[in-house]
Structure formats: C-alpha cells, structure tokens
Design a protein around this ligand. Structure first.
Ligand code: ZN
Length: 131
C-alpha cells in the first residue's frame, strides 16, 4: 500500500475494502516478497498463524496493535530511520506484530516462523514479525 495523494471518498473506500477482502491490493509493492505477503495477507490469517507459532514457542508476548495511518505518520516523524513510511507498514493493515520474550524464546520463534508462513524481514528489527 502506498500513501493516498488525496483521501479517498466513502464510495472509493468501499470499493477498496471489497478488493482488499478478495486479497487484491491495488497499492501492493511490486517486490516478490511483498506480493506474496499481500496475496496471502489478511489479519485473521496472520493472527491464527501467529497464535499457533506462539503456542509452539511459549513464553513470548506479541503486540498486535493495529496502527492507524496517523499513528504510523507520527511514528515515522519521530523515528524516520526505523519506522516505515505511512502507508507502507504492515502494522497498518494488521498483518504485523512486535514480539517480546527472552532471548531463547525469540531465537526459537525465528527458527520456527517459516514453518508457520511468517517471517522476520528486518535484521535491525528482530522483534518485528509479519506475514
Ligand atoms: Zn513492527
């Protein structure tokens, strides 16, 4: 997803929501990984995979709070090198979480994530997991 140049009206929002429900993201990144994530990406699917992984690992917590565009914009302003640009964060669409736990649990989570169709895409954010 990319930032809207203009805020879409209600009718456009409904069309976008319908497309999104079908797994179609008009603003999807063109990279292979992003396309895969977008095509399989739904919040419910992410949460069920994350729950299964967390049950398998044990002792980890996840912040699955969905960030609004405004919250992401605020975070980006405060941490431009770390936070994704508004419209580019998987947190906004609810298919990312930030996990916490002891070192061993997090390491186990990294090892098992691919088995659950999840990934830790950023080396510099070892706590960030997403579809
Ligand atoms: Zn994150």
């Amino acid at each position: 997803m990319s930032s809207y140049l203009i805020e879409p009206n209600e009718r456009v929002k409904k069309v976008l929501a319908r497309l999104e429900a079908k797994g179609i993201d008009l603003f999807a990144d063109t990279s292979q990984k992003s396309r895969q994530a977008a095509s399989s990406g739904s919040r419910d699917e992410f949460l069920s995979r994350l729950n299964a992984l967390m049950n398998a690992v044990g002792g980890v917590k996840a912040d699955t709070h969905v960030r609004s565009r405004a919250e992401q914009a605020d975070l980006y302003r405060r941490k431009p090198g770390l936070a994704a640009r508004p419209g580019h964060s998987k947190h906004e669409v609810g298919i990312a979480a930030d996990v916490s736990g002891n070192k061993a649990s997090i390491a186990k989570m990294h090892a098992l994530a691919p088995k659950y169709g999840l990934r830790f895409p950023m080396d510099y954010e070892p706590w960030h997991i997403q579809l």
